[in-house]
Design a protein. Structure first.
Ligand SMILES: Cc1cc2nc3c(=O)[nH]c(=O)nc-3n(C[C@H](O)[C@H](O)[C@H](O)COP(=O)(O)OP(=O)(O)OC[C@H]3O[C@@H](n4cnc5c(N)ncnc54)[C@H](O)[C@@H]3O)c2cc1C
Length: 540
């Protein structure tokens, strides 16, 4: 359909990419309203993985070319802690300054015929009176999302830890993860280059440490304000890594990262994209990619929208295509965020194990894949291997046949078979405590455990399960807790299983990660990275 009038609120990466592609693909009229002046934005460099660049290249090769020309590229990940430095290669990243990316998108969108209005606060209700379609690309603080709260069904959960986003006037040579101890508690930083003499320097501090330090709440300060006290603290904590380089501020202060989900992304002629309707914690470096990819899909759908077509159906098709991808990244981001907001859980890991934990922190990747990218991983620490060297015990039901060493799940009402030498498990249900007490009285030397399936991959459900297992373990000692595959979609189930095993291990439980035979490397990675004590398979 030609001649649609589209208004876009927000000239962030999502809004600008949409304007550019709508002009190129559909010839629609597009007006973009941005409250800030042209060229003004927060933050420093943003990172892209090689996979996201490949996807974006198909839709807008000139955007990717501009990004690569004006940014930095590198392959390595480095972990530094307690004076040790470990590197892994083959990962493939690019980064560009956020301001540079926006300038490139501005130019391309204007060249394509979009009209950009800076210093202009926009209001969705008012724009709906003047345009055929209004796009909320107004970021995580979206006023549109709050004004149309019922329509979007959004949930905003503030993060638990604090971050401060600085730059530094030196190019680090890798995606560098720094870990240090401060007088208030552990501090972490993600550092990566985005130009010949610039890096992003993002510092994470646990909520308790932030409270102990009595630092300033950044959210209530005006845009552009820099927290000098935060900058001094971070410069001092990471002085040995900065080696004289200077931290830079651009609205840098302590903030919490909001986890935003929306049950619907459109209502009538109003549609949302990017951070306005969903966020993904920055530690997986994907929010900009998601906003850009949303824009690609929405532009495609609107450009194919014909005269007389149902706009609800067009916008629903956009959401149906994007939602599963966004949700899977959000799950990965949640798992990654967990690692950063619970620094105490990995404080005791040696640097090699910590590297493996970091590389697999989303619960989705495994040692076999990492070793293909970087065979040198086999040489760090005790050496990463794709699979365990010895036989892997199976988890079998007491209805089936078991071989020595297998873990046996006792069916409801079943007795422990005579002579079985492997762990005996009961399912985590209301009878679990009573059954475990009975088994303990009958078989004082047996290895007894609980079998549990992972809940939804989110903080509260996982915390509830951990609390209930810890409570049970105080009533009846548990030798092992087995975390088994559940009924959810594989990616969600793996993320939740991973988080549950990790938290149970951190809570002092002996944990077995139970995997399907085709996930054996992933299961082994959990044991090898200290998230579980052992790995079992679901099939002998
Ligand atoms: C610390 C940190 C580090 C990050 N690092 C990365 C990274 O490395 N890689 C990555 O992919 N992502 C990263 N992100 C995420 C990324 O910044 C966001 O996901 C991305 O900017 C979302 O783009 P957007 O277009 O949806 O929204 P935004 O970029 O937030 O743009 C929204 C725009 O709307 C404007 N606006 C808001 N309200 C109005 C209004 N009423 N009228 C007019 N204009 C309005 C705002 O001024 C803003 O310019 C990071 C985020 C943070 C916080």
């Amino acid at each position: 359909m030609s001649g649609m009038r589209v208004a876009c609120i927000g000239a962030g990466p999502g809004g600008l990419m949409l304007a550019l592609l709508l002009r190129r693909l559909g010839g629609h009229e597009v007006d973009v309203y941005e409250r800030s002046p042209a060229g003004a934005t927060y933050g420093f460099g943003v990172v892209f993985s090689r996979f996201s660049l490949a996807r974006l290249r198909r839709a807008a090769p000139d955007v990717v070319a501009a990004l690569l020309d004006r940014g930095a590229r590198w392959d390595d990940v480095e972990v530094r802690r307690d004076g040790e430095e470990i590197r892994s290669s083959g990962h493939g990243f690019a980064a560009v300054e956020r301001r540079t990316l926006l300038t490139a998108l501005n130019e391309l969108a204007e060249d394509a015929g979009a009209r950009l209005y800076f210093n202009t606060e926009a209001d969705a209700a008012e724009l709906l009176g003047r345009y055929d379609v209004v796009v909320a690309a107004d970021g995580s603080g979206s006023r549109t999302r709050t004004s149309f709260a019922g329509e979007f069904g959004a949930e905003v959960v503030p993060g638990r830890g604090r971050y401060a986003w600085f730059g530094v006037d030196r190019a680090f040579g890798a995606m560098t993860f720094l870990f240090a101890d401060s007088e208030y508690g552990p501090v972490g930083a993600h550092v990566y280059p985005y130009g010949p003499d610039r890096s992003t320097f993002l510092v994470e501090l646990g909520e308790q440490a932030w409270q102990r330090a009595g630092f300033t709440e950044g959210a209530t300060k005006p845009p552009g304000w820099n927290d000098e006290q935060a900058m001094e603290f971070c410069a001092e904590v990471f002085a040995e890594h900065l080696r004289g380089a200077k931290l830079l501020g651009n609205g840098s202060r302590w903030l919490t990262f909001p986890h935003i989900t929306s049950s619907r992304w459109s209502s009538g002629r109003l549609v949302g994209l990017g951070d306005a309707v969903h966020t993904a914690h920055f530690s997986v470096g994907s929010g900009t990619t998601l906003a850009l990819e949303d824009a690609v899909e929405l532009a495609r759908r609107l450009s194919e929208h014909g005269e007389g077509d149902d706009l609800d159906a067009t916008l629903a098709a956009y959401e149906a295509t994007r939602r599963p991808i966004v949700e899977s990244v959000q799950q990965a981001a949640w798992a990654s965020l967990r690692m950063w907001s619970h620094p105490e859980e990995h404080r005791a890991l040696d640097p090699a194990t910590l590297m493996l934990r970091l590389l697999t922190r989303t619960g989705q990747s495994a040692a076999d894949v990492l070793l293909r990218l970087d065979p040198q991983l086999a040489k760090i620490g005790d050496g990463v291997t794709a699979l365990p060297e010895g036989p892997v015990p199976a988890l079998v039901s007491s209805d089936g046949s078991a071989v020595p060493g297998d873990a046996l799940l006792l069916a409801p009402g079943a007795q422990a078979p005579a002579g079985h030498d492997g762990p005996l498990l009961v399912a985590a249900d209301e009878q679990a405590e009573e059954r475990l007490k009975g088994l303990r009285a009958e078989l004082p030397n047996a290895v007894l455990g609980l079998l549990i399936q992972a809940p939804a991959p989110a903080e509260e459900p996982v915390a509830r399960v951990v609390d209930s297992v810890v409570a049970l373990a105080t009533a009846v000692p548990l030798d092992v807790v087995a975390v088994a595959p559940g009924p959810r979609l594989p990616a969600a189930d793996r993320t939740a299983r991973s988080a549950l095993a990790e938290r149970l291990t951190a809570a002092g439980m002996r944990t077995a990660y139970v995997c399907r035979p085709n996930e054996l490397s992933q299961g082994w990675t959990h044991a090898r990275s200290g998230r579980a004590d052992t790995v079992w398979t679901t099939e002998p």
